[in-house]
Design a protein around this ligand. Structure first.
Ligand code: GUN
Length: 295
């Protein structure tokens, strides 16, 4: 039976550590870190995620601002808002929740964020620094996965890591990070995607599988090696009338059966999800430190 990589517990520990840092700041007479989150439109899942991020800020003593903008906002209006946030000295870091509506060019939006306030780590300057092993903001979901692997001392050196999905938010940065020098890292990485041939054969050769595909129950027990490490980044809402919310959250992994075969596994919910939020807070603390150096 696999050891559960308990993101709920570890994220709580991290939030506790951050709360201690905030207390020290306040004792020194400093202002608490301030995170702003921009949400465009009314997508239910995005609203839930941003709501959780804002709530987590309150829990650790950060100041937070949620900025809700109409789904019909123009590109220029959104870029103006970003310029305003860049210039606002009271805000240490901010995020623009993705995905954005079709009239908005996401790349232009990402490029408009001041790299020193880019706590998502999506700006090319930060993404480039990450790839070059320079100190920077690491995108929160991959950062959370690294933290879980580190805190559970999961051996990654010389292991074959198979990443499923090449999104800019998870798969692509994850593939870079797992191949970097150091721990967690030093892995041999295969990045798979919709055009990968023989994906099941590749997965069967993986010591570590990181699945960010978004297909519930995609990864079955017969597809993975004995003692593989399984990281499930899937968070698909599956309609379920028996549930008060009308849906349940499902990961990419057939947890019940895969957990019998794996050495380590993340549950859904309670695995990678809460870690993402904790690491966003950690990045905001870093942004605050950068901001203080500039003032
Ligand atoms: N959408 C899904 N994940 C993320 C994230 O980590 N940051 C932002 N800004 N949008 C997202």
């Amino acid at each position: 039976m696999a050891t559960v990589l308990d993101g709920k517990k570890i994220s709580k520990d991290i939030k506790q550590e951050i709360a201690e840092e905030v207390k020290k700041m306040l004792l020194k007479g400093e202002k608490p870190p301030h995170l702003a989150a921009v949400i465009v439109g009314n997508d239910g899942a995005s609203l839930t995620y941003v709501g959780s991020k804002v709530k987590a800020c309150e829990l650790v003593g950060f100041k937070s601002t949620m900025i809700r903008l109409s789904g019909t906002i123009s590109q220029i209006e959104l870029l103006d808002k970003i310029a305003e946030l860049n210039a606002n000295n009271d805000i240490d870091g901010f995020i623009i929740q993705l995905p954005l509506p079709p009239q908005i060019n996401t790349q232009k939006v990402i490029m408009a964020v001041d790299p020193d306030k880019d706590v998502d780590g999506f700006h090319p300057a930060n993404f480039g620094k990450m790839a070059l092993d320079m100190s920077t903001f690491i995108p929160a979901t991959p950062f959370g996965i690294l933290e879980l692997l580190e805190r559970y001392s999961v051996d990654t050196k010389g292991k074959h890591t198979v990443v499923i999905g090449r999104s800019h938010i998870v798969g692509r940065p994850m593939s870079i990070l797992m191949g970097r020098k150091g721990f967690p890292g030093n892995s041999t990485v295969t990045l798979t995607h919709s055009h990968t041939k023989n994906i099941t054969q590749i997965i069967s050769q993986a010591d570590i599988v990181i699945s960010a595909l978004g297909i519930p129950n995609f990864l079955k027990a017969e597809m993975v090696r004995d003692d593989a490490v399984i990281i499930d980044v899937g968070i698909t809402r599956v309609p379920d009338e028996s549930h008060p919310k009308g849906y349940v959250i499902k990961g990419d992994v057939d947890y019940e059966n895969v957990s019998k075969k794996a050495s380590f596994i993340t549950p859904v919910p309670g695995g990678v999800g809460p870690m993402t939020i904790a690491m966003l807070l950690k990045n905001t603390l870093l942004a605050r430190q950068l901001h203080q150096l500039k003032c």
